[in-house]
Ligand binder design. Structure first.
Ligand code: GLA
Length: 372
């Protein structure tokens, strides 16, 4: 057992380059970690309590370890939930103080919650010398969100927050839950002249979680009707037959999106491996159209941002994350970044939308230890 009684771990938010809503269909996704991250500093306490504080909040939440129950602690549940999951696994969890400090914007579709649960999970693995395998750590962090907080997320965000590396996107196979590093030479690494601009629309749909659940259920129902384990098992060549076997437009739309999106991820990975980053733009834009028209998770702010970025010269643009608000990404020549940013701000002002916030993304490293 280590005698270190306080550790710090940092885990990033993510942008999903392509492969949206595929994770809970056992499919493919291609996220990369962003520079914005959450740092968790965790210290052992003598008292059997979990105390959670955040540099971004004035309140501190204090929960007795023995009373931890799913749903407890509101915002602090994303941190305290790890203690509950570990106790459920049979770990003798001591009293803990958890201090959070995050630069990942919340409600922006950039996985601020995965950054949080992964920084805390990795810190506890280290502090309590649990020696969890990468798969076990991933399960721990997913369980915090799924079982303690009650957020029905699909696992891609946590895999990205834990396993991404600098300068790469992570090709995730969500059936085997394994990620492969794929070079993504954007940003200020001097390797190329393309940038990924992230536009946080700051729009948030009230019913996003309910809509997310409804899409998951539709996918499960479609898979059942088609007699497959998950929509991942429907090949592109079999899509027409699958569609004609489904009874409603909702089920057909969901299936069409998942099958074509998996195919777009595979084609994007092939292009990136061949060093053809400049050729992936149309796949990004097709992904957006599919999410808008077939999966129906886009909203006006996302569509206006995508159209404006394309008109400003982007090679491709799409919403990223779950949808119903959040962010849009565009791949574009770095010299066009300022003009594109201004064009979106002007378009939003014309529509009377909240003013967006934009930044260029730099593919960054996943969870790592920092000085407490
Ligand atoms: C959210 C979820 C992920 C994934 C995306 C959509 O970010 O947390 O698991 O389903 O939506 O791709």
């Amino acid at each position: 057992m280590s005698n270190v009684r306080s550790v710090g771990w940092r885990a990033p938010g993510r942008v999903n380059l392509i492969g949206e809503h595929t994770d809970y269909n056992d499919g493919f996704a291609l996220p990369f970690a962003i520079e914005q991250a959450c740092t968790a500093t965790v210290t052992v306490l003598a008292e059997p309590v979990v105390v959670v504080g955040s540099a971004q909040r004035d309140d501190e939440v204090r929960l007795a370890l023995a009373d931890l129950q799913p749903g407890a602690g509101e915002w602090a549940g994303y941190a305290a939930g790890a203690a509950w999951v570990l106790r459920r696994m049979g770990v003798d969890v001591p009293g803990l103080q958890i201090r959070l400090d995050s630069t990942v914007p919340t409600g922006a579709g950039l996985s601020s919650s995965a950054a949080l649960v992964c920084s805390v999970g990795a810190a506890l693995n280290d502090l309590l010398a649990l020696d969890l395998s990468p798969a076990q750590l991933l399960t721990l962090t997913r369980n915090v969100e799924n079982d303690f907080v009650g957020a029905p997320t699909g696992g891609m965000d946590q895999l990205a927050a834990l396993d991404c590396t600098e300068g790469h996107a992570l090709f995730c196979d969500m059936r085997t839950v394994v990620g492969e590093q794929v070079p993504l030479p954007v940003g200020d690494d001097g390797a190329g002249d393309l940038a990924i601009l992230v536009v946080n629309t700051r729009a948030q749909h009230q019913h996003a979680t309910g809509e997310y659940r409804a899409r998951r259920e539709a996918c499960e129902q479609a898979a059942d009707l088609l007699g497959v384990d998950a929509l991942r098992d429907v090949a592109m060549a079999d899509l027409p037959a699958a569609l004609s076997a489904l009874p409603t437009e909702t089920l057909r739309g969901c299936t069409r999106h998942i099958v074509t999106e998996n195919d777009r991820v595979l084609r994007t990975v092939e292009l990136l491996r061949a060093g053809q980053l400049d050729a992936i733009g149309p796949l990004l834009t097709e992904s957006h159209a599919s999410l808008r028209d077939d999966y129906r998770v886009s909203i006006a702010e996302l569509d206006v941002a995508v159209e404006t970025l394309l008109a400003a010269g982007a090679l491709g643009a799409r919403m990223t994350g779950g949808g119903f608000g959040g962010s849009v990404i565009a791949l574009l020549d770095e010299h066009l970044v300022d003009a594109a940013r201004q064009a979106v701000t002007a378009a939003f002002a014309r529509q009377d939308f909240t003013s967006p916030v934009a930044f260029t993304a730099r593919p960054s490293r996943g969870a790592h230890r920092v000085a407490p």
